[in-house]
Design a protein. Structure first.
Length: 229
């Protein structure tokens, strides 16, 4: 974020007013006057105007490998562990895009970038979410067409976009909907129970070798790909 945008986002004034302050040498970065309009302060920099510290939460997007047992909310009335307990306290306020139920694991994207959140969450963008599903007994592939056609849940057709058999009890499932506990409920309707459910991909972003309970910042390339999905 260029310096004038940073100052404007911090509430200093319009971009034109911020340009004037920069040109007048009234803005410092880490104690040094900055008249460079192309400067891009980082989250670690101290930016001051006329000696007064200004601050803005820079866009932050991270991938988190949610473990089982954690809920996808900021606080829980039953005092269970939440996904935000896994992030550093110094982080800006982030919001998770979509949820995983407490028993499920895998990839969650958290961000304070409203445009990105809207793009990934809105149904019209039809972002793929891929899961590895382990069932409690041997899978019958003859049921695949039924799952692709869809099953009504609470009056709404729940559909799976793609379903592949990995082994006798393990499947890969791709969704573009966000119905509550959709995969577990769909398999329950046809007589199966899900033993484990792990989200391994959102759009072009894969969980890779990120360990359970750990997070990492998305790269510039990964952000570009998500914004194009």
């Amino acid at each position: 974020m260029r310096l004038n945008r940073y100052l404007a986002a911090a509430g200093v004034g319009s971009r034109r007013r911020c340009d004037e302050l920069i040109a007048a040498g009234r803005v410092t970065i880490n104690g040094q006057p900055s008249t460079n309009f192309s400067a891009q302060p980082s989250a670690c920099d101290h930016v001051k105007v006329d000696g007064k510290l200004v601050h803005v939460d820079l866009p932050t997007t991270v991938a988190l490998h949610k473990p089982a047992g954690f809920v996808s909310t900021r606080s829980d009335p039953h005092a269970r562990d939440t996904i935000f307990d896994l992030l550093p306290a110094k982080f800006p306020r982030l919001f998770n895009i979509g949820r995983l139920d407490a028993q499920s694991e895998g990839l969650l994207v958290l961000t304070n970038d409203g445009e990105l959140a809207q793009r990934l969450a809105h149904p019209r963008h039809k972002i793929d979410k891929e899961y590895e599903v382990t069932l409690e007994r041997r899978w019958d592939p003859a049921l695949i067409p039924k799952m692709l056609r869809g099953i009504f849940l609470d009056g709404q057709r729940a559909q799976i976009v793609q379903l592949r058999t990995i082994s006798a009890t393990r499947l890969r499932v791709v969704l573009r909907q966000g119905i509550n506990r959709q995969i577990r409920r769909m398999f329950h309707e046809i007589g199966y129970e899900v033993k484990s459910l792990v989200r391994i991909r959102v759009g072009n972003l894969r969980i890779g070798d990120l360990p359970r309970g750990h997070w990492r910042a998305l790269t510039k390339r990964e952000l570009e790909l998500l914004q194009r999905d």
